[in-house]
Design a protein around this ligand. Structure first.
Ligand SMILES: C[S@@+](CC[C@H](N)C(=O)[O-])C[C@H]1O[C@@H](n2cnc3c(N)ncnc32)[C@H](O)[C@@H]1O
Length: 298
């Protein structure tokens, strides 16, 4: 794995990269055409399809990559990406927007414990899918809660992302001291039963999650834009991913999530994400409106 990538500051959902372009109406239009061509080029050259991601988020990522790659136009970035696979590998990190955390939203995890876990106790085997798992924090969070509920031994956890390098980091399960400190506080707020430190060991780069927490997790590359359903799940988490997709792509992914959920299965989304305005709205009932857990009823 490239050290450079690990150190790259990732553009977050909240921060715009402070790289300003000339914003006259003419150049805005030209920039739009260039971005369109760039996305076509990336798709043809590398098979990653960002054409139905929201333009606002893409623009800031493209500008960030221009700044990182020291080029002055989107066309120059396109040329560099098309001829230099290493450049694309670096840019894919920015395009992925892999901002994540353990126990990112305490309410979401409390609802998992209180509303989802009791229903899982009835299954001899529980299959869980984390779609868009980034560097794995969400996956370890759920694994810990399953362990504390006595369900981990009956669970198979599939963790997927389109970005293979992120999956490498996720499966290693190594996080810095600073991050683990922050995650320990999040775990406390999510009312974890013990201390987060019960689950990890010291490592030269910080801490590493114990093998017992990793043994039922399967890490795999899966692209929500182009890949199909690969199993039937009792629980699916697809958090902070749909927000980057336009309406057409959101509908495709809602279909995929619906088809991958077992009848009675439960889906967790985040923030502004919802099944409410999708063609599948009537197929779900709300379990917890605020925390975004819904159950498949149709
Ligand atoms: C903001 S992170 C969310 C991580 C985690 N789910 C969370 O909520 O903390 C978004 C993740 O979605 C992944 N992603 C974006 N587009 C994807 C796609 N088409 N297929 C699979 N994963 C995708 C990115 O690589 C990134 O790791």
């Amino acid at each position: 794995m490239r050290e450079r990538n690990i150190l790259l500051p990732q553009p977050s959902e909240k921060t715009e990269i402070a790289h300003e372009l000339n914003k006259s109406p003419t150049t805005e239009t030209v920039e739009g055409i260039e971005i369109h061509l760039l996305l076509d080029g990336i798709f043809q050259r590398y098979g990653y399809d960002f054409r139905n991601y929201t333009r606002a988020a893409l623009k800031s990522r493209v500008r960030y990559c221009m700044w990182e790659e020291r080029v002055n136009s989107v066309s120059a970035l396109q040329e560099k990406i098309l001829y230099d696979a290493g450049c694309w590998e670096r840019c894919l990190y920015a395009f992925s927007v892999s901002v994540t955390s353990m126990f990112r939203d305490a309410g979401f995890y409390l609802a998992f414990k209180e509303k989802v876990v009791p229903l899982l106790c009835n299954y001899p085997l529980v299959r869980i899918w984390h779609a868009g798992c980034a560097s794995g924090e969400e996956v370890y969070s759920i694994s810990i809660l399953l362990h504390e509920a006595g369900l981990y031994e009956h669970a198979l956890i599939y963790a997927t992302d389109m970005n293979a390098s992120l999956l490498g980091r996720a499966s290693a399960g190594v996080y810095s001291r600073e991050k683990m400190k922050e995650y320990g506080e999040n775990y406390r707020q999510a009312q974890g039963k013990g201390a987060l430190a019960d689950y990890y060991l010291p490592h030269e780069e910080g801490f590493i999650f114990r093998d017992e927490l990793k043994k039922n997790i399967i890490w795999a590359q899966h692209n929500l834009v182009s890949d199909s359903s690969f199993n039937e799940f009792q629980v699916i988490l697809c958090c902070n991913v749909l927000i980057y997709f336009d309406r057409v792509l959101q509908t495709r992914v809602h279909k995929l999530l619906y088809e991958s959920l077992a009848p009675g299965g439960m889906l967790g989304l985040a923030g502004r994400e919802s099944t409410r305005f999708s063609p599948y709205a009537a197929c779900y009932e709300e379990m917890d409106a605020i925390a975004k857990w819904v159950r498949r009823i149709g």
